[in-house]
Design a protein around this ligand. Structure first.
Ligand code: FPP
Length: 246
């Protein structure tokens, strides 16, 4: 087997990378700290990875920041995470603007605390013309929630005779998901050694390459992102075909 190259092929940069940021709690505990300390350091990693993704030419970076299942965590941690989110958006907004980052949110935004909704809406509005990279925050998101909403919306259109059953195609379904304006991710990264997708982008990841690392999220940075992209670039993506057809 030939050794993996160390230099990124700029012609094969994934357009969209999705990331499950895991391990903040374990990272903090290993240092004798509270879990919140890990989440705070996690924000530093978000900043670094966003910058790195932009420098590599990635167009969309989707971060799983809070799942619908995360409400089951202790209330103090949920409250702290929401405050951290509001503070991060507020503090980072000038830098997002400077870097040309467009912020969008997928998930049930109306289910978030009001001050969270306000800071997210203001962040999205301020950055809506930016074109360098799109940062997609999955907040109060789960794929089963999203697919359920999509099925309801399509069913309603059929019931109102706005849509025929045989007009329901994969493309039509994609156009009713929260990611309707975003291409599917080519690469999914999950940190902290867990090998599952935890209700994240089930439809959109149908043909994504998966990359798992034992590194906890607060330690994930530019070099780690580069290693994930190098691994992605070494894969043969066949989309159900055979090698000779590619
Ligand atoms: C997973 O680690 C992390 C989360 C559920 C929250 C991620 C949030 C941040 C990085 C901070 C806010 C984000 C933004 C975008 C400003 P875990 O708590 O599940 O860790 P563990 O598995 O070790 O317990």
């Amino acid at each position: 087997m030939s050794p993996e190259p160390k230099v990124l092929n700029n012609n094969k940069i994934p357009r969209h990378i999705a990331l499950i940021m895991d391990g903040n709690g374990r990272w903090a505990r290993q240092r004798g700290e509270q879990r919140l300390f890990g989440h705070t350091k996690g924000v530093d990693a978000v900043r670094e990875v966003l910058k790195a993704a932009k420098s590599f030419g990635v167009s969309f970076l989707t971060l799983y920041a809070f799942s619908t299942e995360n409400w089951n965590r202790p209330k103090a941690e949920v409250d702290a995470l929401m405050n951290l989110l509001v503070d991060s958006i507020t503090n980072e907004l000038p830098e997002l603007q400077k870097q040309g980052v467009k912020l969008i949110v997928i998930g049930d935004i109306k289910g978030l605390p009001v001050k969270c909704q306000e800071s997210l809406r203001s962040g999205m509005d301020t950055t809506k013309e930016n074109k360098e990279i799109t940062l997609v925050l999955a907040l109060n998101y789960s794929a089963k929630w999203e697919i359920t909403e999509c099925v309801r919306e399509i069913s309603l259109k059929v019931a109102k005779k706005e849509l025929l059953v045989n007009e329901i195609t994969p493309a039509l379904i994609s156009s009713h998901l929260t990611t309707r304006d975003i291409p599917d991710p080519e690469l999914l990264i999950r940190t902290s050694g867990e090998h599952r997708i935890s209700n994240f982008l089930l439809w959109q990841l149908a043909y994504a390459e998966f990359y798992f690392t034992d590194t906890h999220w607060p330690d994930f940075g530019k070099e780690e992102l580069k290693a994930a992209i190098l691994s992605y670039q070494s894969r043969e993506r066949r989309f159900g075909m055979v090698s000779e057809q590619l």
